[in-house]
Design a protein around this ligand. Sequence first.
Ligand SMILES: *[C@@H]1O[C@H](CO)[C@@H](O)[C@H](O)[C@H]1NC(C)=O
Ligand SMILES: *[C@@H]1O[C@H](CO)[C@@H](O)[C@H](O)[C@H]1NC(C)=O
Ligand SMILES: *[C@@H]1O[C@H](CO)[C@@H](O)[C@H](O)[C@H]1NC(C)=O
Ligand SMILES: *[C@@H]1O[C@H](CO)[C@@H](O)[C@H](O)[C@H]1NC(C)=O
Ligand SMILES: *[C@@H]1O[C@H](CO)[C@@H](O)[C@H](O)[C@H]1NC(C)=O
Ligand SMILES: *[C@@H]1O[C@H](CO)[C@@H](O)[C@H](O)[C@H]1NC(C)=O
Ligand SMILES: *[C@@H]1O[C@H](CO)[C@@H](O)[C@H](O)[C@H]1NC(C)=O
Ligand SMILES: *[C@@H]1O[C@H](CO)[C@@H](O)[C@H](O)[C@H]1NC(C)=O
Length: 905
Amino acid sequence: MRRHLPYCTSSFLGLLPFWILCTSSTNKCTVRHEVADCSHLKLTYIPDDLPFNITVLNLTHNQLRGLPPANFTRYSQLTVLDGGFNSISKLEPELCQNLPMLKVLSLQHNELSQLSDKMFMFCVNLTELHLMSNSIHKIQNNPFKKQKNLIKLDLSHNSLSSTKLGTQLQLENLQELLLTNNKIKALRSEELDFLGKSSLQKLELSSNQIKEFSPGCFHAIGKLFGLFLNNVQLGPSLAENLCLELSNTSIQNLSLSNIQLNRITNMTFFGLKQTSLTMLDLSHNSLNVIGNNSFVWLPHLKYFFLEYNNIQHLSSYSFYGLSNLRYLNLKRSFTKQSISLTSLPKIDDLSFQWLKCLEFLNMEENNIPGTKSNMFTGLINLKYLSLSNTFTSLKTLTNETFLSLAYSPLLILNLTKNQISKIESGAFFWLGHLKVLDLGLNQIEQEITGEEWRGLENIFEIYLSYNKYLRLTSSSFALVPGLQRLMLRRVALKNVDISPSPFHPLRNLTILDLSNNNMANINDGMLEGLEKLEILDLQHNNLARFWKLANPGGPVHFLKGLSHLHILNLESNGFDEIPVEAFKDLFELKSINLGLNNLNIFPPSVFDDQVSLKSLNLQKNLITSIEKNVFGPAFKNLSNLDMSFNPFDCTCESIAWFVNWINKTHTNISELSTHYLCNTPPRYHGFPVMLFDTSPCKDSAPFELLFMINTSVLLIFVFAVLLIHFEGWRITFYWNVSVHRVLGFKELEGQPEMFEYSAYIIHAHRDRDWVWEHFSSMEEKDQSLKFCLEERDFEAGVLGLEAIVNSIKRSRKIVFVVTEHLLKDPLCKRFKVHHAVQQAIEQNLDSIILIFLEDIPDYKLNHALCLRRGMFKSHCILNWPVQKERINAFHHKLRVALGSRNSVH
Ligand SMILES: *[C@@H]1O[C@H](CO)[C@@H](O)[C@H](O)[C@H]1NC(C)=O
Ligand SMILES: *[C@@H]1O[C@H](CO)[C@@H](O)[C@H](O)[C@H]1NC(C)=O
Ligand SMILES: *[C@@H]1O[C@H](CO)[C@@H](O)[C@H](O)[C@H]1NC(C)=O
Ligand SMILES: *[C@@H]1O[C@H](CO)[C@@H](O)[C@H](O)[C@H]1NC(C)=O
Ligand SMILES: *[C@@H]1O[C@H](CO)[C@@H](O)[C@H](O)[C@H]1NC(C)=O
Ligand SMILES: *[C@@H]1O[C@H](CO)[C@@H](O)[C@H](O)[C@H]1NC(C)=O
Ligand SMILES: *[C@@H]1O[C@H](CO)[C@@H](O)[C@H](O)[C@H]1NC(C)=O
Ligand SMILES: *[C@@H]1O[C@H](CO)[C@@H](O)[C@H](O)[C@H]1NC(C)=O
């Protein structure tokens, strides 16, 4: 079977033995529901392994030379056997014996040249036998004698020179005998009398070279309802002869297209007067003259085809007698050769007055000068009138142009391509039943005041597209409030932004086409209240400005309230921005076309209300990324997506979600591999989006997290190391401070009586003069200050460690007089400083004051005393000024420091 082929060939690579097994046992036919299709397989044999219960076997377009009966025994259930387009030149009678159920046998386009009596002897159940396009030139005896059930026999495109298919009555159930394109030159009764018991719906003899209808030829046939003689060069006299032969037959349908019937007189169809002919085809006849009363013999005629002729003049009696006609086709029926006025066809007033039953009249593509006041008078049943490209000078439609249709119940009027330039008030006043008015493809150039439509009380659709210039007013459609479809494409529409809107009265409007108008001015009330609108075409305008954030007054939400909108076309408007509420509440939107704009960024949730979206077109924009939070809702139920030709950015962030979606979705996206190409990054330029590998992106979230954690940890570590290295002292110091705090060492502030001294002065022995000089003088000036000076307050020699500790404890502050000497003083280094700092930690940092008499770098201070300037508040660090005039300021600062509270803030 055909579908096994790829399997077989692919197996070939690895499994050669299986491949051989495969091809030898399986043909390539497809079998579905007992129908086997073996066409186009270059078969030279009949497949012998199809299911035995198949009922249809199609063997067309192969290289079969015959249909050997034995090879069909397996398929005894066949009802349809199609052996067309092979090289079969003979058929054994036993075939039908083996196929008793066969109903349809097709052997078209083969090489059968002779049909023997026995050939179809056993094919008794056949209803259709197709033998066209063989080379059958002669039929002897009675090959179809047994085909009592045959309904259709097709022998067209052979070389038969006679209609004689048998010598005795037969084919009593035949309905269609097709003998098109043979070499039949005459119809003779003795060559048709084998059909004496048949009721032929269709005797098809087109494209033969018939030159003779011998007397009684059609009466030889049991009943003849339809005769087709297209493309037989009969001419007027043989046609008349034909009709005479058809008199008193059952003929209903007569097709005489392209028989060179260039004139019709009141005698041409005389022979048909006793018939009930209902259909007559006289198209493509170069018919020039129709004599008065020519069709008076055809009172039953319903369908009359006269298209593609060359009629000069239709007089008021040309159609006389066609009182039952329903359908008349006059497309290109009239002279077309020249535009000179003299050869323009003439249609007399009241020409159609007899056609009381006519419902459909097609007069397209003619050269008729204009309407006359009684042109269509009498067409009291006319419902459809096509006047497309019918008139040469119908520039203005006045209130009298269609006066003659006043009594016609016209439903559809087609006036396209007539170069109409103006519609005057009340032009359609007479057409109160009209539902569809097509005025497209004209040159209409005017302001639509609304009076044009006066009287169109039942109008459903007005098609005005492709005109020259239409200027609207608020009342343009006020007289046709029931209008449901309005087409205004490419009409250079002006004044649409008028208020109230021209469309305001059209509450039942379902389709509005405003496309190709280059409109740049609308207002947000333009479509207000059109709640039934389903289709809105706004493509090829200039609406970009209205969606810009920067638009004065903000974006214009011209779609708001269109709650039943299904199809929205906004292609080619230059949009480069979409406001987030552009499609808000348009829950029924099924199709959005935003193609050919300049859109790049879509606000998240812009499509959130488009839950029923089926089709989305965003082709040829500037979209780089397709993100879930924008397109997720729109893509959910989509059946068609077009985002081709966008400059996609092939990075994980931009398109990974899209590519994953493509791989899962059933949405139809055509040309995915060729029209969806990456633009950036440079290394992916021109690369198909669908091939973008998203596997690295899948892990990117955890990977990124891991990366972030790793780097953070590393950074924190590095920072900590650096911090400890450079600021470790500070950490330890503050750590100690905190620990003491937490453990409850309270500041003993507020009980100054606890302290005996204002400050304990730590200094090197060598600096004692300076200390004495400055601190004792301070004490003299300020009675509240009392310093603990080692040289003065300790008894000489009793400089015991215990005494120092006690004194420090009884001092509110500790003052370090920092000099190079202090840094070298062993006692200070080892004990005093340590103890002072300990106390400072317990009490508070403010309790230590450093006075630098010299400039000591911090590292030296740290190295010698494990102190740093950074441990203390700036007001606790004082520098002995070099300039004398600043000494007062120094004292002031020192007093402030001594008076400050002991606390860390
Ligand atoms: C018919 O069947 C015979 C034997 O089964 C086979 O040899 C022959 O090729 C077949 N002929 C056609 C035309 O299939
Ligand atoms: C025809 O035969 C196939 C198996 O060869 C079987 O699956 C199918 O049901 C049969 N059809 C009928 C209508 O019996
Ligand atoms: C057989 O197949 C051909 C081509 O595939 C097709 O045109 C023809 O209609 C088929 N015949 C029948 C009976 O289905
Ligand atoms: C004709 O077909 C019917 C079934 O439709 C069948 O019973 C009958 O046997 C067939 N006739 C012949 C002669 O095989
Ligand atoms: C046919 O027309 C001719 C004149 O063209 C007229 O003399 C004749 O009476 C008409 N015959 C019929 C049957 O109307
Ligand atoms: C057509 O309109 C003109 C005025 O424009 C008026 O005089 C005339 O009576 C109208 N004709 C019909 C048939 O209403
Ligand atoms: C009017 O006729 C033109 C030309 O035949 C056709 O294309 C158009 O569809 C017709 N309009 C209507 C409403 O049928
Ligand atoms: C609009 O349609 C409704 C329902 O089909 C109908 O009842 C109403 O009359 C229509 N309005 C106009 C102005 O024709």
